[in-house]
Unconditional design. Structure first.
Length: 605
């Protein structure tokens, strides 16, 4: 299953609003001309190519990103629009189209020197009581239309006004032009312009400058190094964090759970003071420790999308750098502090390897997963946007939680993941949002997971916490898998589930799957480590290990507890005692092999 590498704020489809806008709303559209830029053209960046593919393929409501900017009191409509015009001239990404977007990585970006864009003004006699929430709903609703990359201006801008005075800007951006960090830069500069400040010279790379850097020999070497880093994780890490009996399906409808906790914010701050670590590193450590504990894993593999702006010349670039960092953190540390010391280095290594040719990435993923017999699923995502200047926290109420954190449930949405978390704010309030597979995390367990995260921070605020005590400290229990589950090739696997999936994929033939004993002499490369052997009873001698492997690979999506056997043994008929491996070995073998390459069958002589 291929999933989008999205760094913008998550989309939650708003509830149906019969009126859409308050009564007494006057709507008009302003056409704004700009000039003074430089016309340029050149190849797309890796981030642009990645997002262009997502834009052309996926639901625009999920791919487009949005933000809401409060307008300072006393700002006139003309001043707000003039500041937007200045940003368009200043940043090439806002003047860029992609005439051959379907070519993706081989496409071109064209920067206009002049042009026009539109601003929709919604002027109200009275605004709703929750004016910020109303502006947010307008922005979310505007995400539903797909951007025409070859000719459309990349921002959809609405000015929410009361009696002619602008109050909020509701903004939707094409993800090919900006990511969440870029929108934060735009917001900061727009507010500075309204305050009468002169903007400093640009220091961030423009998209064309970034594309040239990526195409240089050093940039190509970085891309290759990133692919090698990802390949190591895909070959050795758990194929799925949540490989357990209740995990099924791919695109899952998940409700949103929000936590706001002043206690959590204070505890996080005390850990920062005690350890000297960054708040983002502390929170990431707690997240990985608790996810791995709940999943019963020794390694936490999580996508960390907001990751690749650690270089000075990328920190304030207005473009999209939307490519995942893939973090694989070994959580077998004795204590929270010991794990915290490991997290920063592991995260920095992941961030350094988050710029790559996404076409090359998916080709590598296809090759590696076929060879391993696994499936790559972006099943755990942690997106910390708390350091951005503009996040939804700016319009959320502050919690007073002396007795406990504030938890609230919101709308649900379909996501191709098991667990997605956003960290919107860390101080003075810890503000998190969680979307979790309800089959794994019923509402009470989801709430317990987030409150358990706060308890972990509180426990680590004043003293180190042994990781062996996580259940007692947090109240979060590790999953119970049952006796059928085994750890094979770094992954939790159910041999009976493998047998069931393979049998169904082959039309209902009898299948027996057993764990192998590694070859102590190393003579057989297929038995270098723990693995599975599948015995298949097929009266049709035409069935080959390669056909069996291909059939099972097609059946892997939605079955995280199924890993392909490293060896397929095809026999003519099942034994009388079909649950014993030694009985299957005594049957007439028609062919055998790993299925990844052609092996000689017994009938080949």
């Amino acid at each position: 299953m291929r999933t989008s590498a999205v760094t913008g704020f998550p989309y939650v489809r708003p509830a149906a609003d019969p009126s859409g806008r308050p009564s007494g709303t006057r709507t008009r559209t302003l056409t704004v001309a700009y000039a003074g830029g430089e016309a340029r053209r050149g190849p797309v960046t890796m981030g642009q190519a990645n997002m262009i593919r997502c834009i052309l393929r996926d639901d625009p409501a999920h791919i487009n990103i949005h933000d809401v900017w409060p307008v300072p009191a006393g700002t006139t409509l003309d001043a707000a629009v003039d500041a937007l015009r200045t940003l368009v001239v200043r940043h090439e990404a806002l003047r860029t189209t992609f005439p051959d977007a379907s070519a993706a990585a081989d496409g071109e970006q064209v920067v206009a020197a002049e042009g026009t864009f539109t601003v929709t003004v919604l002027d109200h006699e009275e605004l709703p009581r929750d004016a910020a929430g109303y502006a947010e709903s307008l922005a979310r609703r505007a995400r539903s239309g797909r951007f025409r990359l070859d000719r459309e201006f990349p921002l959809r801008t609405s000015l929410v006004a009361r009696d002619g005075a602008p109050v909020f800007v509701a903004l939707v951006s094409s993800h090919a032009a900006a990511d969440g960090s870029a929108l934060a830069v735009l917001r900061e500069e727009w507010l500075a312009l309204l305050d009468g400040a002169d903007l400093p010279p640009l220091t961030g790379l423009t998209p064309l400058e970034l594309a040239a850097e990526e195409a240089a020999p050093a940039g190509l070497r970085k891309s290759e190094a990133s692919l090698a880093y990802w390949e190591t994780i895909l070959r050795t890490g758990p194929q799925a964090m949540f490989a357990e009996p209740r995990a099924t399906g791919t695109d899952i409808r998940m409700p949103q759970l929000t936590l706001r906790s002043a206690r959590g914010g204070r505890a996080l701050g005390r850990i920062v003071e005690r350890t000297g670590s960054l708040p983002s590193t502390v929170l990431l450590t707690a997240w990985c420790a608790l996810v791995a504990h709940r999943a019963g894993q020794s390694t936490c593999v999580t996508a960390v999308p907001t990751s690749n702006r650690f270089r000075t010349r990328l920190a304030r670039s207005v473009t999209t750098l939307s490519q995942d960092a893939l973090l694989a953190l070994d959580v077998t540390a004795p204590s929270f502090d010991a794990l915290l010391r490991k997290t920063w280095g592991a995260a920095l290594n992941a961030y350094r390897h988050s710029r790559f040719d996404s076409v090359g990435l998916w080709e590598m993923i296809g090759r590696v997963t076929f060879e391993r017999g696994s499936l790559f699923a972006r099943d755990v995502v942690f997106n910390d946007v708390s350091t951005l200047a503009s996040t939804p926290a700016s319009t959320t109420p502050q919690a007073d939680d002396e007795d406990g954190p504030e938890l609230s449930w919101g709308p649900d949405q379909v996501l191709p993941t098991r667990v997605l978390a956003f960290a919107y704010q860390t101080t003075p309030l810890l503000h998190l949002a969680l979307w979790a597979d309800p089959a794994l995390f019923p509402r009470q367990e989801a709430e317990g997971f987030l409150t358990g995260l706060v308890r972990l921070l509180e426990a680590a605020a004043d003293a180190d916490v042994p990781l062996a005590s996580l259940t007692a400290v947090t109240g979060v229990r590790a999953v119970e898998r049952g006796p059928d589950w085994e750890r094979v090739d770094g992954s939790w696997v159910s041999p009976s589930a493998v047998a069931g999936a393979l049998g169904r994929a082959l039309g209902g033939v009898p299948v027996h799957v057993a764990a192998d004993v590694p070859d102590p002499d190393g003579a057989d490369p297929d038995r270098a480590g723990p693995g599975l052997t599948a015995f298949i009873a097929a009266a049709d001698a035409a069935l080959t290990p390669a056909a069996a492997h291909a059939a099972l690979m097609d059946a892997l999506p939605g079955r995280p507890g199924v890993l392909a056997p490293r060896r397929y043994v095809i026999v003519r008929e099942p034994p009388a005692q079909a649950d014993r491996s030694d009985a299957w070995l005594r049957q007439q073998i028609l062919s055998e092999g790993n299925g990844r390459e052609r092996r000689m069958s017994h009938d080949d002589g």
